[in-house]
Write a protein that binds this ligand. Structure first.
Ligand code: NAD
Length: 291
């Protein structure tokens, strides 16, 4: 009877990490009940924080990553997740450094259990004309926004392959991977590269039951947009807040977005409902890219 049940469970994919009641499925695979786990990089604030909390509400235990200088914010996200009844671990790591990403994934697995979802969210922006970009500026943007995503994807995929039950990689791109914004050209190029990498890795990793998708926020209220708004203002002379405000004219839904708008899409990409989706970068832009 037990053997028949086990056969049935594997023929229905019950030992994969993507079924609807994953806690019990993991029970089949590992013979002890373990919850789903996710790493969300750059989750001390902004979009990453909203994703970490949303995934906790969805039933994930979460590794909350950011830079050490943001430890207070990270600790408060960890506390918020624990208050929701989920487990959380803080990990201070610079995602642009391969060795630090490796130790982040190991710490997450040691503290929370096998990895199910990697959200490569951390990113930086810089306002500067392409004609003024210096080698160090370009290098820094690509180190965090592209190399960082590649290292997180590589290390997570190696962990998924070792575990043998697939997994989900979710990369942060941007609307600017579809249509560039003025005054942030190198940032736009890093995000276009992330979108391309997402497609390539989806093809490379499908054989291991790993899906690779991305999300592309539009204009989201966050400290990053405060920085972009100020940087644009110093070029075009518009007062604080005006460059941000001006984006509304080309947003079909008529408002800028909040981090929760993006977290809802990531929740879908991290869930079994997206099992047949791979290589996609999903716009969450209120209908801006086509307007
Ligand atoms: P944010 O600045 O509010 O948060 C980003 C977090 O990432 C910060 O806490 C920062 O410390 C962390 N971080 C930066 N470099 C890191 C590194 N090397 N290692 C680990 N952590 C690092 O920005 P946000 O708006 O929440 O942006 C999150 C992601 O969304 C970024 O990838 C960004 O490019 C992307 N995005 C944002 C918008 C927007 O309108 N805000 C639009 C499209 C895409």
């Amino acid at each position: 009877m037990v053997a028949r049940l086990l056969r049935l469970s594997s023929s229905r994919g019950l030992s994969s990490s993507f079924g609807p009641t994953l806690r019990s499925q993991r029970g089949f695979a590992t013979s002890k009940a373990v919850s789903k786990t996710a790493i969300v990089s750059g989750s001390g604030q902004g979009i990453g924080k909203a994703i970490a909390i949303r995934l906790a509400r969805d039933g994930f235990d979460v590794c909350v990553n950011d830079l050490k200088k943001n430890s207070k914010m990270v600790e408060s996200v960890v506390d918020e997740i624990k208050a929701l009844g989920r487990n959380a671990v803080p990990v201070y790591a610079d995602v642009s450094k391969y060795a630090q990403v490796e130790s982040m994934v190991q710490t997450s697995v040691d503290a929370l259990g096998p990895l199910d979802v990697m959200v490569a969210n951390a990113g930086i922006a810089q306002v500067q004309w392409a004609m003024d970009a210096k080698e160090a500026d370009v290098q820094k943007l690509f180190e965090v926004n592209f190399f960082g995503v590649l290292w997180q994807d590589q290390v997570a995929a190696k962990q998924f392959i070792k575990q043998g039950s697939g997994g989900k990689i979710i990369n942060c791109a941007s609307i600017v991977a579809f249509r560039p914004f003025l005054m942030i050209p190198v940032y736009c190029a890093t995000k276009a590269a992330v979108r391309s990498l997402t497609q390539s890795l989806a093809m490379e990793l499908a054989q291991h039951k790993i899906t690779v998708n991305g999300y592309a926020p539009g204009v989201v209220e966050s400290s990053m947009w405060d920085l972009i708004d100020a940087g644009m203002g110093s070029i075009n002379g518009l007062p604080k807040g005006q460059n941000f405000e001006n984006t509304k004219g080309s947003i079909t839904i008529g408002r800028t977005s909040v981090p929760d708008d993006v977290a809802k899409m990531v929740s879908f990409l991290a869930s079994p409902d997206s099992d047949y989706v791979t290589g996609q970068t999903m716009l969450v832009d209120g209908g801006m890219a086509f307007s």
